[in-house]
Design a protein around this ligand. Structure first.
Ligand code: AMP
Length: 289
């Protein structure tokens, strides 16, 4: 595996691969790699000749400076994992290398960014789009791999591809969970032991919601999830004053991402949630239909 930290060097490696008519799979990450990331990489490995994995904590997608400062950075361990996972190129640029000039581009995505993460993280999706486009320009992938854990991000990248008309196949990969159901996330490392023990209740509540959806209305299921998490610490007393603070739970059309009030419709239904626990913002999603 090649470890590359310069954009020109990546462009050169990509040009050589293109000369050999090799297909390229790109997996963008912010590092602190776990099995969720590795599932994307193993899928990319199966489907492409050259697998490029970027490890870059993208400052312009953080609307919260504390979150950026505390984001786990484990580049050496990441490179070891990437080598084992069969990546061909680990691209680990500095911020200056990725953004030699201040970033002036702003992307707009219409209704799909006006829900869920969008209003709560101003500038986030534009920052994601800027880095993803930069990575697309450098790696020129045939396929790009993204996780459904960041469900809205997939819709944003799909929309970006329509805007810039790049012939890249977006491959959406299912969420990888810990044995107790918690969606794997780099931010889980920041949970205290007690908070980590409490966190699986998020997915358990989502699973109960899926069961309820057989018999109950959308609004009732939505309210149930919020109430169950908000009152969790009252029903199950916790050490350290731990409690869930849901930021949102929305049941939306799986394609338009707009909130729905019926289970039936042209498209499927997904439930997306953001919850604060122990000073860490966790997100998750489930599919209803
Ligand atoms: P991140 O490093 O958090 O930006 O994530 C990089 C990519 O890995 C994104 O496309 C995420 O959606 C995906 N990802 C993160 N966690 C998981 C997970 N638990 N299961 C599947 N994909 C994931």
């Amino acid at each position: 595996m090649q470890i590359i930290d310069k954009t020109a060097q990546l462009a050169q490696a990509v040009a050589q691969a293109k000369e050999r008519h090799q297909t390229i799979g790109l997996v963008p990450t912010m590092g602190a790699l776990h099995e969720g990331h590795l599932s994307l990489i193993s899928r990319a490995r199966q489907e492409n000749d050259l697998v490029v994995v970027s490890v870059f904590v993208n400052p312009i997608q953080f609307n919260n400076q504390e979150d950026l400062a505390k984001y786990p950075r484990t580049v050496e361990a990441d490179c070891r994992l990437l080598e084992q996972a069969g990546a061909d190129i680990a691209f680990v640029p500095t911020v200056e290398e990725m953004y030699p000039e201040p970033v002036a581009t702003v992307y707009h995505f219409g209704p799909i960014e006006e829900v869920m993460e969008g209003p709560r993280r101003p500038g986030h999706f534009s920052g994601v789009a800027v880095v993803v486009r930069r990575l697309f320009d450098l790696a020129q992938p045939d396929r790009a791999y993204f996780g459904e854990k960041d469900y809205q991000q997939i819709a944003i990248v799909r929309n970006l591809l329509e805007q810039i008309k790049y012939p890249i196949e977006l491959v959406a990969c299912p969420i990888v969970r810990a044995d107790d159901g918690l969606a794997l996330s780099s931010r889980n490392a920041r949970l205290s032991a007690n908070a980590r023990a409490m966190a699986p209740a998020i997915y358990q509540t989502l699973c109960q919601a899926v069961e309820m959806s057989e018999t109950d209305d959308v609004d009732d299921v939505r309210q149930y999830v919020l109430d169950a998490l908000e009152s969790y610490h009252l029903v199950n007393p916790q050490p350290d004053d731990l409690k869930f603070e849901p930021e949102y739970f929305e049941i939306v059309d799986d394609t338009t991402l707009q909130p729905v009030n019926t289970w039936q419709g042209e498209h499927g239904r997904v439930g997306c949630i953001a919850v604060w626990l122990n000073g860490v913002r966790l997100i998750d999603m489930v599919r209803f239909r």
